[in-house]
Design a protein around this ligand. Structure first.
Ligand SMILES: [Zn+2]
Length: 336
């Protein structure tokens, strides 16, 4: 494919792109403010309406999710590709007052520039380039923007799963990582467990032996749980929060821990979850309650993902973009 006309198209429109990003950034859209997110979704919708069929879907207590099918030149005979992003940001309403949009030193600043309004603007200009340069595109192209990504996508997840399952490829519009613009081609799966220990309270002075310390039991369990980590298999287990007891002179009746788990391979999850469910108390007078599990499966670097990455690297070389290598991340979120 000839890339240069696209590059010159993009270069000539850089001021227009910056103006588009500015307009998006100045329409603040914190996740917890559904009407603000809806205003932003409406702005995107108005922007793409000249060249896309737009639908929105209710997001419950969050803003609406947007799905649009882009009208591109060429016969559509090669399945569907989805571009995925989110309309919400982590920045509270009013952040613009202290952190206004600005452009300096070859960079843009402002709430949500990076995560991820610039990505949405780039997609819109990519679509416009394909249309205006009349480059045929064989795949149907969808854009989906979720309104609740920053809080774990509770109301959009099903819609994403449905549209992704129908797509040959899903490209997340979040920017590449770091100044080298690295692409993410894998991500660990994430989950959490809560461990509750119930012991037996007693007075540490008067009645010490009558007590069964939930704090002591939990401390022993934490040692065991931490041992579930297997770094060479990409499995990590982090007991990150503990709580328990009431006073230092009381043998503790209750204690609990919150544990973060990450796996690089989906096939490792069941055995790890089983280990949690099989935890037995050291002190038979204590009982253990375990809840939780994996809530985000890993994105494993499949052959298809590797192929897409090589395609992106090849296009980047043709455009003389440096960096753009594959990169393995360990953080959660739809596209971070
Ligand atoms: Zn993001």
């Amino acid at each position: 494919m000839e890339v240069d006309p696209l590059l010159s198209y993009a270069r000539a429109r850089q001021p227009e792109m910056v103006a588009q990003i500015r307009q998006f950034v100045e329409c603040e859209s914190p996740t917890d403010d559904a009407s603000a997110v809806n205003r932003f979704v409406e702005l995107v919708s108005d922007t793409v309406t000249p060249f896309a069929k737009v639908k929105t879907f209710p997001g419950g207590k969050f803003g609406r999710h947007l799905v649009c099918e882009v009208q591109l030149p060429g016969r559509k005979n090669s399945g569907q590709v989805m571009a995925l992003g989110h309309a919400d940001t982590v920045w509270p309403a009013g952040t613009l007052r202290t952190m206004p949009f600005r452009q300096a030193d070859g960079r843009l600043w402002g709430p949500g520039v990076l995560d991820m309004k610039a990505g949405i603007a780039f997609f819109i200009f990519a679509v416009r380039a394909l249309r205006e340069l009349e480059i045929p595109v064989a795949s149907k192209v969808l854009l989906q923007l979720n309104s609740d990504e920053e809080v774990g996508s509770p109301s959009s997840r099903a819609l994403t799963e449905k549209n992704a399952a129908r797509s040959q490829a899903v490209l997340v519009l979040e920017p590449g990582t770091g100044l080298e613009g690295k692409l993410k081609t894998a991500r660990k799966g994430v989950g959490d467990f809560t461990i509750r220990v119930h012991g037996k309270a007693s007075h540490a002075g008067v009645d010490f032996q009558a007590g069964a310390s939930a704090v002591l039991e939990l401390a022993r369990q934490i040692e065991r749980i931490a041992g579930f980590t297997q770094l060479k298999h990409g499995i990590t287990v982090n007991p990150g929060v503990v709580a328990g007891g009431t006073r230092s002179n009381v043998v503790a009746a209750e204690a609990s821990a919150e544990v973060d788990i990450r796996v690089g391979r989906l096939k490792d999850a069941p055995a790890l979850e089983q280990k949690f469910r099989e935890l037995k108390p050291y002190d038979p007078r204590c009982t253990i309650e375990v809840s939780g599990g994996l809530n985000r499966p890993p994105m494993e670097r499949s052959a298809g993902i590797a192929r897409l990455c090589r395609m992106a690297q090849k296009l980047a070389r043709e455009l003389q973009i440096k960096g753009y290598n594959s990169y393995i991340a360990s953080e959660g979120g739809a596209g971070k």
